[in-house]
Design a protein around this ligand. Structure first.
Ligand code: ZN
Ligand code: ZN
Length: 184
């Protein structure tokens, strides 16, 4: 593998060297440094160099493909090994046992977290019910949900839960007095 990469690099270097020679020839031609007879020769030389580069390019390509195949084979081999290893583990009673134990632990953890969650919920409720929060309604609880106000300005309670005084959300009278004020 290492060797192939080295070969590719060497080919790259050779190609670069050829390129610079071609570049020199090209510059020479442009500068008119060559006589016609020499020019023909130079063009021939350039063609040869170019052909070399093309050949090396093909070599590089095949080397790259070989390298790719090597990697591919290695991956396939690893894949196979992994599968074999998994099968061995699956048939190993010791492994099975530890796997089941692991699963059991997980189940236990789930139950534990469930309990914890419930406990948190309770404490959440405790936070919600502030002891200093004013109490309303005939039920003497804190305000929640939809509430209706008593029309008596001097009502000792003022606000009532819909449910506690027999209302549903869409059946609210325009004026209403609570049970304590209804006869005042
Ligand atoms: Zn109520
Ligand atoms: Zn009232």
């Amino acid at each position: 593998m290492q060797r192939k990469f080295k070969l590719i690099r060497e080919l790259d270097e050779k190609c670069a060297a050829n390129k610079s020679v071609v570049q020199d020839c090209h510059e020479g031609i442009m500068a008119g440094a060559h006589k016609d007879s020499v020019l023909q020769e130079t063009v021939q030389k350039m063609r040869g160099l170019h052909q070399e580069c093309v050949t090396w390019g093909d070599e590089k390509m095949s080397l790259a493909i070989q390298a790719y195949d090597m990697v591919d084979n290695r991956i396939r081999q690893l894949d196979l090994d992994l599968r074999r290893f998994e099968q061995e583990l699956a048939t190993d009673p010791k492994f099975k046992e530890s796997l089941e134990k692991l699963r059991g632990d997980n189940a236990g953890a789930k139950v534990g977290s469930g309990r914890k969650k419930k406990a948190t919920n309770v404490s959440d409720l405790d936070v919600e019910v502030d002891p200093n929060e004013p109490l309303y309604c005939i039920c003497r609880r804190v305000s929640f949900g939809e509430m209706i106000a008593c029309d008596n300005d001097d009502c000792p309670i003022e606000w009532f839960h819909y449910g506690c005084v027999g209302f549903t959300d869409n059946k609210i009278p325009n004026s209403w007095r609570c049970p304590k004020c209804i006869n005042k």
